[in-house]
Ligand binder design. Structure first.
Ligand code: FAD
Length: 243
């Protein structure tokens, strides 16, 4: 398996939890380090905006998580995990809620976050839920002042809003999740959203049904394939969803 990963430019690295932080009431940030992680962060693609890995928790189960940040000098990575236990727990969320310094986990990757705006892009529309927030922050950190960005982020409460540091000309609209229908508020906002006539790029991630609805909508509005990235990050009622 290691050979197969290497052929794709990916590695699997064992790491130790060095730090656990409650970023918000429902977001845990873990810092991973150790010799294999230090080697992992020297590889290609780890700091591409929205890059992600498969995180294998101590039970051995694996789930997809964004590399929120990598520190090549320190040889560490940060991963932000949503605690979604109130709406049905999963092994990764349960582990994150009780993660301790010293826990051993592995990561495999990196894989592309799909963020690939063409060179003529003048505006960006980014939309997602709390699971997409680490990727949105990672994208934000990579942008320069030349691009205009509108971001729509659906969160479970005002306390889940986070700063999004960026050099770009950036506007965030925070939406509160309808607990019965995650992603609905994003759809309501974006289905009637006016788009500039200049060339732009749309990046979507979050609950799979909502992302799919938005993707179809923007395709129907004539957004070309290379100007649209859409990925379901999880699916309501389905464990270990893969888009
Ligand atoms: C490319 C990519 C990047 C991702 N990056 C991140 C990230 O940086 N941070 C992050 O927190 N998540 C991220 N996710 C989403 C994460 O992989 C899923 O939420 C995953 O299902 C969590 O695993 P689990 O073991 O907690 O739950 P699972 O065992 O997969 O699911 C158990 C139950 O929980 C429900 N569920 C899963 N996630 C949620 C949720 N967020 N809210 C409510 N119910 C949920 C499922 O519908 C299911 O009913 C990413 C996904 C992808 C594909």
């Amino acid at each position: 398996m290691l050979d197969r990963l290497a052929a794709k430019g990916r590695q699997r690295a064992l790491g130790t939890v060095l730090n656990v932080e409650a970023v918000t009431p429902h977001m845990r940030r873990i810092r991973l380090g150790g010799a294999e992680i230090a080697a992992f962060v020297q590889g290609d693609g780890v700091d591409a905006p929205g890059a992600w890995v498969k995180l294998f928790i101590p039970s051995g189960e694996g789930r997809a998580y964004t590399l929120r940040a990598v520190d090549r000098e320190a040889g560490t990575v940060l991963i932000d995990l949503v605690l979604h236990g109130e709406r049905g727990d999963g092994p990764a969320s349960m582990w994150a809620a009780q993660a301790r310094v010293g826990d051993q986990v592995s990561i495999a990757g990196p894989r592309s976050g799909g963020f690939a705006p063409p060179g003529d892009t003048q505006w960006l529309l980014l939309a997602g839920d709390t699971t997409a927030l680490p990727a949105i922050q990672s994208i934000a950190g990579a942008l320069d002042a030349s691009v205009q960005v509108e971001a729509y982020v659906e969160v479970n409460g005002v306390a889940e809003q986070q700063p999004i540091p960026t050099a770009a000309d950036w506007r965030t609209t925070w939406l509160l999740t309808d607990p019965d229908e995650p992603g609905r508020r994003l759809c309501q906002q974006l289905l009637h959203h006016p788009l500039p006539s200049e060339p732009g790029y749309i990046w979507l991630a979050g609950e799979a049904a909502a992302v799919r609805e938005l993707k179809l909508h923007f395709q129907e509005r004539g957004i070309e394939r290379h100007r649209l990235s859409a990925k379901g990050y999880w699916r309501m009622g389905s464990a270990d969803h893969r888009d």
